[in-house]
Design a protein around this ligand. Structure first.
Ligand code: M6R
Length: 610
């Protein structure tokens, strides 16, 4: 969601925080702003603008006079109030003394605002965040110290926050706090950094402190003092950050999304590295070693996740049940967290999350932990909250995923779920051995599909003007249909629905006509004939059909309007290989429709509010 950056040190703050903001822009890009405190003048200058960080940058060029060595900044994904200038962070009080940036949602802001307005505070925005500066103002006016006022303010607000706050009369400190929204402090030499995501710090420092929920920090140039909400000092660990600067550049690609799709083969290799040993018929996960015995006795797995990670979980459910024989449920984390559940003993909850910060998935993990359930994480971002809070887990090691639409992480997630199914199973029969070998050779097949990207561009050209799309599949093709449709809607704004093909005749087929195309996943597998019948039904209603199929017999050329072929793989791996052309198809359609595919409207990469 929103991105927060802060700097306090001996250098000019603006270039650094701007660089940080750019790195965080994928989190939200409705508006951006910054505030810089000039030591000499004793003034805070605040510049805000609607739109991308580039709009803020242009505005900054007109404001040459932005000198200062302490500053905070924000890139917004609007929750409360439209993306207008007055709702852009930083927010400040009437005396322009207190400046705050916030990520999260203050749930009781209406009550607080009413009280403050009755006391005469004048609000200038529609945001939930603004209550923070007025509460601070009120406590400072009552004679409290800066820290006391900050703690009192935090004790009043309910909800989720990652906060950074600067006070004009206090040029030696940035006050930060965290509750359910990530916040990281980067340690430098005579300078310190603040960010809601370590990717904004990777250029500045390799040492970070992850603030925990309920912690508060006074960040100075030299010192960082961390306490709890009662001002009791808290222990903290300085963690070394993984630096991988190359991966956050677009390189030769026009968009991060295209680059990340093209990393598909490599992410499978990384997912398998050190884990899959085909010759030894073995799969190992260092991160699960400590819970291995517990896992071997597991009677049920519940996968919790959101969006693309949820669809990976759906594929995972089929794989776990087929290969490991473990009854598996998959549930959207936003549902799991609020309903009353009946857990059976020996259940494990597996949270899947690229970012490791998704608010609903994190909450689901906490619900499971509170119920005494073993929690596992399948997470891409190293050191993220879900990775730290689960009992054990596996990293994707897929490298940073910058494009808002998740692509390479999905391939990696299903690869690891497949490996996990082998890890959890005692079976080493031919089916499982073939599966292991097929995982090992999957990168080559992905590369082969990628080498035919141009064909998908041609298909995208033919289909990009339609307003609606069905994606249908059966068995392993079903999660693929759902994820394929999600990709298309996210980055093209075409209305796309994913369905299990068998459901079409129970309602959705009413929509089919010559202007409503269907993309059907119809591979040479156990459900081929069933899929073919469903495609016949659509053709009988004049619906254009584009089919993803295997080469050779059953190639579908006789029936479909268009066909894209992929190599054959064992069924559990179909969701991985099938998704590569669907990602490219969505990408090219998005580009042809003029969408900013890396940053589509209304979305943010990391969904840290519920
Ligand atoms: O970081 P996570 O995997 O937990 O994110 C979950 C979803 O927010 C994410 O997959 C979202 O649906 C993407 N925009 C999909 O492309």
């Amino acid at each position: 969601m929103c991105g927060i950056v802060g700097y306090i040190g001996h250098r000019e703050a603006v270039p650094d925080i701007l660089k940080g903001l750019k790195a965080l822009e994928y989190r939200g890009y409705d508006s951006a702003g910054l505030a810089v405190l000039s030591h000499e003048e004793g003034k805070v200058k605040c510049v805000r603008s609607v739109g991308r960080v580039s709009a803020l940058e242009s505005k900054l060029r007109e404001n040459k006079d932005l000198s200062g060595t302490i500053g905070i900044a924000h890139t917004r994904w609007a929750t409360h109030g439209a993306p207008t200038l007055k709702n852009t962070h930083p927010h400040f009080d009437r005396k322009r003394e207190i400046f705050v940036v916030h990520n999260g949602i203050i749930e009781n802001y209406r009550e607080i605002r009413e009280i403050l307005e009755r006391e005469g505070h004048k609000f200038t925005s529609e945001t939930d965040t603004e209550v923070v500066v007025h509460l601070m103002r009120s406590f400072l006016d009552d004679g409290h110290t800066h820290k006391e006022a900050f703690l009192k303010t935090l004790s009043m607000i309910k909800g989720a926050y990652g906060l950074a706050l600067m006070i004009r009369s206090d040029p030696e400190t940035i006050y930060v706090a965290r509750h359910s929204s990530p916040l990281v402090i980067g340690k430098g030499e005579g300078e310190n950094f603040i960010a809601s995501d370590p990717s904004a710090l990777v250029h500045k420092t390799g040492n970070v402190i992850y603030l925990k929920d309920g912690e508060v920090a006074e960040v100075g140039r030299e010192d960082i003092r961390i306490t709890d909400l009662s001002d009791v000092p808290a222990e903290h660990e300085v963690v070394e950050l993984e630096r991988d600067l190359k991966q956050v550049q677009k390189g030769k690609f026009e968009h991060f999304m295209l680059k990340e799709i093209n990393e598909g083969a490599d992410v499978i290799r990384s997912a398998c590295r050190g884990r899959l040993r085909v010759k030894d018929k073995a799969v190992n996960f260092g991160g699960l070693r400590d819970v291995r015995n517990e896992l071997l006795k597991i009677k049920r797995i519940i996968i919790v996740s959101c969006g693309t990670s949820y669809y990976a979980g759906l594929a995972g459910k089929y794989i776990f049940e087929e290969i490991a024989g473990i009854p598996t449920e998959v549930e959207q984390a936003s549902e799991f967290r609020y309903r009353k559940r009946a857990f059976i003993p020996q259940t494990a909850v597996l949270a899947i999350s690229q970012s490791g910060e998704t608010a609903d998935t994190l909450a689901a993990v906490r619900v499971a932990k509170d119920s005494g359930i073993l929690t596992l994480g399948l997470v891409n971002v190293v050191g993220s909250t879900i990775a730290r809070e689960t009992d054990a887990g596996v990293y994707n090691h897929a490298g940073p995923e910058i494009s808002v639409a998740s692509t390479k992480a999905y391939l990696s997630q299903i690869t690891i779920l497949t490996l996990m199914s082998c890890y959890l199973s005692e079976r080493r029969d031919q089916e499982v051995l073939d599966l292991m070998e097929a995982i090992d050779s999957l990168p080559k097949k992905i590369e082969e599909v990628l080498s035919r990207s141009k064909d998908l561009e041609v298909l995208a050209d033919k289909y990009h003007k339609y307003d609606n799309f069905f994606y249908i599949g059966r068995k392993y093709g079903y999660p693929t249909a759902l994820e394929g449709a999600l990709k298309l809607k996210e980055i093209s704004y075409i209305h796309a629905e994913g369905y299990s093909a068998g459901e079409m005749k129970h309602g959705p087929i009413a929509l089919v006509d010559g202007n409503f195309p269907t993309l059907a996943i119809c591979l040479n597998n156990g459900v081929f004939e069933k899929m073919r019948s469903n495609i016949e039904e659509i053709k009988a209603r004049k619906g254009p059909v584009l089919v993803l199929s295997n080469e050779g017999e059953g190639g579908m050329n006789d029936l479909a309007d268009d066909v894209f072929h992929i190599p054959r793989v064992p069924e559990p791996l179909e969701p991985i290989l099938s998704m590569v052309p669907l990602q490219l198809f969505a990408y090219y359609i998005g580009v042809k429709r003029g969408v900013d595919v890396d940053r589509p409207r209304n979305l943010a990469k990391s969904v840290t509010v519920e």
